[in-house]
Design a protein around this ligand. Structure first.
Ligand code: SF4
Length: 235
């Protein structure tokens, strides 16, 4: 198929075919299918919690494009991990940024929008930049896992992403925390130093706290607020 002229119906068909034929595929098999199907037309998203997904993707596509949502609110450790991932794994980091800087947003919307209207803040600083960046691709690969939160329990391996209009592949959706730890250990994968400080799920600094022991790993995100997702991944 000539992807440059692929319609939404074509992409839906590709997603359906992939999902039907790769129902019990490994992460590397899913990524190989992604490479074989989309070549240069896919991008890997990473929140820079660790380099597992990026490392996996480079096994099938050295120098792959890696999307990072540079919201302007990240921990210094996350920015450092992004830079280290770029250098160590030799990937092409694509920084997706909002139209307005944090200062410009403060001036236009009032200071600390994240504290008053986190959904609007995420829409401006995450969803809109992601949509703009993904417009240049036919597929995106994410690192979401089913065990991360109830909202992700049914995450498919391959689907058509209605929100962003392209194919979505979740190669490690079925991975447990033990699978992640084993891969990190085996391949000496880069990990954001905040993980060892007790942050199992890392997002923007103002909206990330350490979860209580034994609780949902994502419960430290937007703690005290009913919000549980950025709006990037439909539940
Ligand atoms: Fe804004 Fe918080 Fe969303 Fe980051 S996670 S974009 S700071 S509301």
């Amino acid at each position: 198929m000539d992807l440059s002229t692929a319609t939404e119906a074509d992409l839906r068909e590709l997603a359906a075919q992939g999902a039907a034929s790769l129902g019990d595929a490994t992460a590397l098999e899913l990524l190989q299918w992604t490479e074989d199907t989309f070549g240069r037309d896919f991008i890997v998203a990473s929140n820079m919690q660790d380099g597992v997904l990026v490392h996996l993707a480079t096994q099938v596509h050295p120098g792959v494009d890696v999307l990072f949502l540079d919201t302007g609110y990240h921990f210094a450790e996350t920015i450092g991990t992004r830079d280290a991932v770029e250098a160590v794994y030799g990937v092409n980091i694509v920084n997706a940024r909002a139209e307005a800087s944090v200062a410009e947003q403060d001036a236009a919307e009032g200071k600390d929008l994240f504290a008053r209207e986190p959904n609007r803040c995420c829409a401006l600083r995450k969803v809109a930049p992601l949509k703009k960046s993904l417009a240049g691709y036919k597929a995106w690969v994410t690192g979401i896992r089913r065990v991360e939160a109830p909202t992700r329990a049914n995450a498919p391996l391959i689907s058509f992403d209605d929100a962003f209009g392209l194919v979505k592949i979740n190669p490690i959706a079925a991975w447990s925390d033990e699978d992640m730890a084993a891969y990190i250990d085996k391949h000496s994968i880069l990990v954001n130093p905040l993980v060892d400080e007790g942050y199992p799920s890392i997002g923007c600094a103002p909206c990330t706290t350490k979860p209580a022991p034994g609780s949902d790993p994502r419960s430290g995100r937007w703690a005290g607020n009913s919000k549980t997702e950025c709006g990037l991944h439909a539940s």
